[in-house]
Design a protein around this ligand. Structure first.
Ligand code: ADP
Ligand code: MG
Length: 376
């Protein structure tokens, strides 16, 4: 285990990425006395709107990236699709400096590549869907006869919110979908007819100690998270298994920091879908659950600050606000804001495009299961 280094208020923290997750991290870190800088190609970003200093350049720009790294004491990530060249620069810089980097570039490499991610699950003995590589001409010829249908053809890298996925009901459909691909570098996964989806927000510290929230129940709409119910109220043995799988993954890949891990559930059966090496959309409930949030956990893992032994939470239901639902001033929003149990979090994005995450509501009052019924 690496030696424990504590970063006290006044320390300078950096984030790769400057969107809503960096913004919410800054909203935790800045009021606690830390300086936050963010790096991304975007200017006037969500994170800069709350006081983070911006370094604006392409991720591949070594010169600006090095200038950014020289100004900070610790670095974390708000998303996983960081180009390999940037990860290499960070790793090399870290070798010759005192910069703390959590999670490690290696964990980012695993999370940004579905194949590596699923191999890590397998190595950690975490059950996952049957999956096959589609990397070579040989794979292309063999896989359609090996896989069970329905299946999903997924891009191996750069996928998010269901992008780069095609569901195939038959061998003919898969062959046709494969022939439409511009490049191989995909995987084929068998479709799992789950009855529910769950996630766990999990943190692991530099000394190997851990902290986590109970599992949440998630509902997706058009492959994008719509609602999270926390806690998910799964049977106790199932909850325990979900948390155990998160812990196994963290130990297998020596993860330090916060991550969100997603599961499919059917009866007693659990299959792990994927993990995100950062706070997760399904963990936003924690901002209004009456204790510390996932962003506080991120700050504390990065700076080696203490955490409570247990994180007691009140039930919260979270609903995402996508571009098409972004209606400030509407009757619905006005009525909702009159209710003290609804908490609005907006990301400061100027353009409300279809499917773009603009913010979320957290509801922390009575009957959390029915907080957003009739909102469609
Ligand atoms: P993304 O990286 O885009 O979030 P996911 O692999 O999490 O990709 O897929 C998005 C959603 O699509 C999942 O949350 C789930 O609802 C559905 N899905 C993905 N893979 C499968 C599968 N193998 N079986 C059943 N549903 C799936
Ligand atoms: Mg997902």
């Amino acid at each position: 285990m690496t030696q424990k280094k504590i970063l006290l208020p006044g320390a300078k923290l950096g984030v790769m990425g400057s969107g809503q997750l960096a913004r919410m991290f800054a909203l935790e870190a800045i009021p606690n006395g830390y300086e936050v800088s963010v790096y991304s190609p975007e200017s006037h970003s969500p994170a800069s709107g709350v006081g983070a200093k911006e370094f604006v350049s392409e991720y591949e720009n070594e010169e600006v990236l090095l200038a950014f790294l020289k100004t900070i004491d610790a670095l974390t990530f708000e998303f996983e699709n960081i180009p390999e060249s940037a990860l290499t620069v960070i790793e090399e810089f870290q070798k010759n400096s005192n910069l703390l980097v959590h999670p490690s570039p290696n964990c980012i490499r695993i999370a940004q590549n579905r194949w590596k991610e699923k191999i890590s699950f397998r190595d950690a003995r975490i059950p996952t869907v049957n999956f096959y590589p589609l990397f070579t001409e040989k794979d292309k010829n063999e896989i359609p006869s090996k896989v069970s249908y329905p299946c999903i053809l997924k891009t191996n890298t750069m996928g998010y919110d269901g992008k780069g996925q095609v569901k195939c009901r038959s061998k003919e459909e898969l062959i046709s979908a494969i022939s439409d691909l511009k490049e191989l570098n995909h995987i084929v996964e068998e479709f799992f007819p789950f009855t529910s989806e769950a996630s766990v927000i999990f943190a692991r510290f530099q000394d190997g100690s851990i902290s986590n929230f109970r599992p949440s129940l998630n509902i997706h709409k058009n492959h994008i998270l719509d609602l999270t119910f926390h806690p998910g109220n799964f049977p106790p043995n199932l909850e325990k298994n979900l948390v155990d799988y998160a812990k196994k993954l963290a130990e297998e890949i020596d993860y330090i920091g916060v991550f969100g891990i997603e599961f499919f559930i059917k009866g007693e059966e659990i299959l792990c879908n994927e993990f995100a090496p950062r706070p997760h959309n399904s963990g936003h409930f924690s901002q209004d659950s009456g204790s510390i949030s996932q962003f506080s956990l991120q700050l504390r893992t990065l700076c080696n600050l203490p955490v409570p032994k247990e994180i007691p939470v009140r039930p919260v239901t979270m609903k995402n606000i996508l571009g098409e639902d972004y209606k400030p001033g509407s009757k619905l929003w006005t009525k909702t804001l009159e209710n003290p149990h609804y908490h609005l979090h907006l990301y400061g994005k100027k353009e409300a495009r279809m499917g773009r995450k603009m913010g979320h509501w957290n509801y922390s009052g009575p009957n959390p299961e029915s907080a957003f019924i009739g909102w469609e």
